[in-house]
Ligand binder design. Sequence first.
Ligand code: SAM
Length: 196
Amino acid sequence: MGKLVPKLYDLIMAPIEKKRFKRVRSELLSYADGHVLEIGSGTGVNFPLYQNVKSVTAVEPDETMKNRSMEKITHSKVPIEVQLAYAENLPFDDHQFDSVVVTLALCTIQDVNQALSEMRRVVTPGGQVMFFEHVKLNDSTVGKLQDLLTPVWKKVAGGCHLNRDSLTLIKEAGFEVTDVDHMYKGLFLVIKAKNP
Ligand SMILES: C[S@@+](CC[C@H](N)C(=O)[O-])C[C@H]1O[C@@H](n2cnc3c(N)ncnc32)[C@H](O)[C@@H]1O
């Protein structure tokens, strides 16, 4: 990913985090319980927002992102550890976690199907899996624009795909989607699902 994205991430995101995303994240994380796995934790934006969970284990493959998240752990109310690892190859036992949290990270994971399959493996049957993601808008000019921009955007934004149909991928992975909230005309989705 290089050094620039990790350095600028919090600064670039600050206005929208303050205006809307922080509230969305807090509401979503209130559904997490027990031992939680967070995928692609980045600079640790979610860390201070966890309440009433037993522990958070986060995986983040980018060392600079991981290092920047360490300071946020000091503001957290729950025990958090971050491991340098990829979602496609989670270093955990089957059914080890009660909940899985993924925010703005499915778009960036290279083999998203493998990552979703790994999430199903490590979360307990009936466990909650929650996502906050930007997605492709289908059948619209914006959707076509997302396809067009993605090859260039991926290069400047650490591998982020603007045109990922994450809701379909989550369903195809076998998760049972229980709730979907649309934001910004469906450009962002808040998805709650269960591992059946
Ligand atoms: C846009 S950032 C989002 C960070 C954070 N989740 C948030 O909500 O602000 C995407 C993160 O996904 C991480 N990532 C990329 N590929 C990954 C993979 N294969 N497995 C796990 N995380 C990955 C990136 O390093 C980056 O930190």
